[in-house]
Design a protein. Structure first.
Length: 193
């Protein structure tokens, strides 16, 4: 996890539910599921920014553009790089959505969001489901199911305090240096045995 940004901070309040997707714009990442879910919800308070490189899989990105149509609540926001860029994005994000359709081991983007105190809404599958404790530090939805994802998004729109509750439940993420210190401590104990 890139630790070049503060671990916790106060987000600016907003009348919107600000959602972000961060990562590869590829079909296996399920971004179309997110767009389909948002398009089911007729609420102007919902804002979705999709960050990623649109040049790697241009035919898929074109499909996403078609799905978005004229919906100004959904923006293909382009790529990001580095901790400063990520910190700026997450400062204006209430919820990270990870709609992957394949088995994610331990997505770094989740750990980065957690390091910034941002809860997540993820597919109920693989490492995503292991990292996100439903109703504690985020929510889950059925894999590949835009109807179930829309249901969870409606809950958040109807109960804005739920975002604050989930944010408070986000775990502390150890820095790389903390991980190394712990590993050296364990190694030292084992070597004494």
């Amino acid at each position: 996890v890139d630790q070049g940004f503060p671990k916790r901070f106060s987000k600016q309040p907003s009348a919107h539910l600000r959602i972000a997707y961060l990562g590869q714009l590829a079909e296996l990442k399920g971004i179309h599921v997110l767009i389909d879910a948002v398009r089911q919800i007729d609420d102007p308070r919902l804002q979705v920014k999709i960050y990623g490189d649109a040049t790697r899989f241009p035919s898929y990105v074109e499909r996403l553009r078609t799905k978005i149509g004229g919906d100004q609540r959904i923006v293909l926001a382009g790529p990001y790089s580095g901790g400063d860029s990520l910190a700026r994005i997450l400062a204006d994000t209430d919820l990270l959505v990870v709609p992957s359709l394949w088995y994610e081991n331990s997505p770094n983007v989740l750990l980065e969001a957690f390091a910034m105190g941002t809860p997540a809404l993820v597919s109920d599958f693989g490492g995503m489901a292991e990292l996100v404790q439903s109703e504690v530090n985020g929510l889950r939805f059925r894999l590949g199911d835009p109807i179930d994802l829309a249901r969870q998004l409606r809950r958040l729109l109807e109960s804005p305090e739920l975002v604050s509750t989930l944010s408070a439940g986000v775990p502390t993420v150890r820095s790389i240096q903390d991980e190394m210190d712990l590993l050296e401590e364990v190694y030292g104990r084992v070597m004494k045995v």
